[in-house]
Write a protein that binds this ligand. Sequence first.
Ligand code: SAM
Length: 264
Amino acid sequence: MKNFLYKNFKIKKELGQNFLIDYNVKNNIINYINLKENDTIFEIGPGFGHLTEFLFKHVKKLSVIEIDDKLTYFLKKKFFNKRINIFNKNVLKFNFFKYNTSNNLIRIVGNLPYNISVPIIFHCLSFIKIIKDIHFMVQYEVGNKISAPVNNKFYSKLSIFVQYYFLVKKIFKIDSKSFYPSPKVKSYFIKLIPRKKNIYKKININNFKYIVSTAFQQRRKILKNSLSKIFSENTLINLGINPFLRAQNLTILEYCVLTENFSK
Ligand code: SAM
């Protein structure tokens, strides 16, 4: 099982190094992504290139971003002379605008380092204009939170902030045994598609975040209490918001309505 690890390689837990070793899972992922030869693909955290070699077979333009110097060195040897751009960089500082040399929208793929999966998703947000879609493996809990609809027990700030920009689909669960070393939690393979025509109004995003965060800070309280510093009960009623609901009962659209009113 460990025979892909080259001699003396020490797994770095702090870099979320759980390598995907299950052939069927890799195959299912690649089939699901439905790659086209002319796609422009960026892979985050290629590790030993387990997914990379599959991606490579299908597309002409492939770039990978790996922070670990040793893995980058390994990848450069493994893919020597092949048409892959290998960046030894921290993805959280990676400028996709700068490195997308094609005219295509880009497709981002990755079995993410779980400790920074949410910051990575937010980083990608800054490049939404040039993104066609995103396919990530994330921890089970993050998959549930990101995709949760209103009134669901997992519906949270994260669901709202991400779904404001993206349509989110949970594709399938992945057992922890599919990775080496096995993480403590199961995983989800998810897809994020930028909303082409945003169904939500253009709002001041900082105010939106402020209102959503305030409501969820005391998620068990009814809105007239949790939002009392920002809106009076009457204002909520006038805006068509039931003040006796709780943070998890408001749709994204309703948070937009609140934000619009706050900004005036
Ligand atoms: N894709 C490989 C696989 O599935 O076997 C490895 C996935 S492993 C979960 C996460 C990978 O992301 C590791 O190779 C790790 O070194 C890399 N990584 C961690 N933090 C990173 C960062 N900030 N920027 C780029 N790569 C990072």
